[in-house]
Design a protein around this ligand. Sequence first.
Ligand code: GCU
Length: 345
Amino acid sequence: MKTLKKLACTAASLAIAFTISGCSSLDSITGGKRIIRISHAQSESHPEHQGLLKFKEVIESQLGDKYEVQIFPNELLGAAQKAIELCQTGAIDFVVAGTANVETFEDSYEIFSMPYLFTSPEAYHEVMNDAEYMEKLYASTDQSGFRVMTWFDAGVRSFYSTKKIETPDDLKGQKIRVQQSPASVAMVKAFGAAASPMAFGEVYTAIQQGVIQGAENNELALTNNKHGEVAKYYSYTNHQMIPDVLIGNTKFLDSLSPEEYDIFMDAAQQATQLELDEWEEAAAEATDYAKNTQKVEFIEVDIEKFRDKVIGVQQEMIDNNPKITEMYEHIQKVNEEYENKEDAE
Ligand code: GCU
């Protein structure tokens, strides 16, 4: 019965995806309202979904006579890269995706996949919350048909696997899923593992079937995406903090009046605020559930040993992509500020 339900669900999502990819924005007008479609990869209990509900609420409360916002979770409209392509053409209006998925569209975004880029979550938040500083990067994909409106916290990424990882040597011989990001592939190789790039929605089955031994992500992947059912060791390597971003179709955004645009931007800011407010508790709850119900073992490792393995990747990335230098230096300054603050305390 469950399988039947699942099949029916998949067929329905495919039908939606096909209808959407074949439609023009005119098809998006229903009952006099312009339907706004947002795609994302998380479940409905994830803080990002809650943030998007806020986005919907703000827009509809002020522009509800004109717009209806529909949110499609769980990669229903396609995995991140596909969804970004759909947003590029205007088949859908907004997508939430990790910046790792934006790298292949604009390589400035590689900066966030750099291992051990941020030295604290506080520095990460400070950089990402500086909307004025981020504006140049956010607008850098305008030519490609989309732009970033705001960011969402996606926590700190660490390895989890069917095999215990306590030292970098334990990664040898393991096949680890990474996002479809050249920089993350380079990082996992530098750690000594084999990198297997694939969409988020494929990870559970790949671990279950032994195609890969593990992956790397924040703690919510264990629960919201059920990876903790199949991978029982989570090691705090804390190697990346990769933000998610809310991407909008440029043509659509440009078609808004200045007043409407301000409302959309305000809605995006409020979505971020709500998501950030919920993140920490959601991560703590996920850890608790993974530990006590899924019986995942959480392992504290000597992070310096892991850092040493991949620190060379930072310089390699800068040498290969001069576009990221300025931002790298900016982030180093913010890192230092927070390190000094911590020392003073
Ligand atoms: C996190 C992140 C997603 C990303 C996923 C992944 O869950 O929030 O945007 O797609 O990791 O590893 O693919």
